[in-house]
Design a protein around this ligand. Structure first.
Ligand code: 8YV
Length: 327
């Protein structure tokens, strides 16, 4: 019997390709070439499965043109690159990669918070540029993290991981805003209390965004929300580009209406709003919150498990549209 055919859209660990090849005929993109949509569609012909990262858009137009496709396995917890309704209408399963990156991503949220509040990269650039000639009492004074108020918008698994780090490790007062309130036990575990978005923005010393991207969460933070924040506050975005209005943020940073920001994700990435590149009080990283070797291996492993499970036994571990599986 012929093996199912799978396309791997981006370069990935050789061990991932080897494992996929145990079960499938695999076409891969180990050169990490940038495929146009037309080329992606052409390569998907005859493929039952595709291994995607968060960058490949799966929409109705693509699905119409790829009638053999049955599963898209994302190596990412976020899946805003999927048009889930279109996938469900076409009977195509989408899977994501939750849980395996939670702690690593929460670590990075905290790293970015610390770097931003304590001006780590700004001061390093100063030193590397040879500008450090003497110590000064107010040199790169930042804001305290310990004992401050941490406001988390989006209290899923990663948000809870950040809350625990803040409350238990740094003695922070944690407030959160989420579509739905956590149950009392989870709130107690995270030592977190619920707040309206407005109250959170007005009172938090550090605001961390961990909300999934959707049309409803587009520009969760824009000019109006930035205006509510304290002038001493920091804003951290490890969620998705588009959650923050980057142009409005760059202006608020330039005018020092908030103290600083730490950004791992950007509107239209890998492009970055040019104004963000010229303001000093922002820490910028290239979407690396989940980037540790064990975690990236685990994410690739879970996407592979989903492809193998579904295409060999009809079972997907982490479907985002599970109704397709029971049809
Ligand atoms: C991924 C992410 O590295 O999991 C997510 O949602 O944003 C990152 O961990 C990125 O999407 C590439 O797949």
């Amino acid at each position: 019997m012929n093996k199912p055919q799978v396309l791997v859209a981006r370069a990935i660990f050789p061990e991932t390709i080897a494992r996929l090849e145990e079960h499938f005929e695999v076409e891969s993109n180990q050169d990490d070439a940038a495929w146009s949509k037309a080329e992606f569609i052409a390569r998907l012909q005859g493929k039952q499965g595709v291994f995607t990262t968060g960058s490949e858009r799966i929409d109705g137009e693509l699905l119409d043109a790829c009638p053999d496709l049955k599963i898209c396995a994302n190596m990412a917890v976020g899946y805003n690159n999927f048009d889930v309704d279109a996938m469900t209408a076409h009977g195509v399963v989408g899977t994501n990669a939750p849980d395996v990156l939670t702690e690593t991503t929460a670590d990075f949220g905290f790293a970015l918070l610390m770097a931003t509040a304590r001006r780590v990269t700004e001061s390093e650039h100063y030193l590397r540029a040879g500008k450090w000639t003497k110590w000064a009492y107010d040199m790169f004074s930042g804001s305290d993290v310990h004992g401050s108020t941490l406001g988390i918008i989006g209290m899923g698994r990663i948000g809870q991981g950040i809350a625990k780090r803040g409350a238990h490790g740094f003695g922070m007062k944690v407030i959160y805003h989420n579509r739905s309130r956590l149950d009392a036990q989870l709130e107690a575990d995270c030592k977190a209390s619920y707040a309206s978005k407005e109250e959170l923005l007005k009172t938090a010393d550090h605001v961390v965004l961990v909300v999934p991207y959707s049309a409803a969460s587009h520009h969760t933070i824009g000019a109006a929300e930035l205006a509510l924040m304290k002038p001493t506050a920091t804003l951290i975005n490890i969620a998705r580009g588009g959650i923050v209005d980057d142009a409005a943020l760059a202006l608020a940073l330039r005018e020092r209406r908030i103290a600083a920001a730490g950004l791992d994700v950007f509107e239209g990435e890998p492009k970055v709003h040019p104004d963000l590149l010229t303001v000093p009080n922002v820490v910028l990283t290239p979407h690396i919150a989940s980037a540790t070797v064990p975690t990236r291996r685990a994410m690739a492993g879970l996407a592979t498990d989903n492809l193998v499970g579904f295409l060999t036994q009809g079972k997907a571990l982490t479907p985002v549209n599970p109704a397709v599986l029971t049809r």
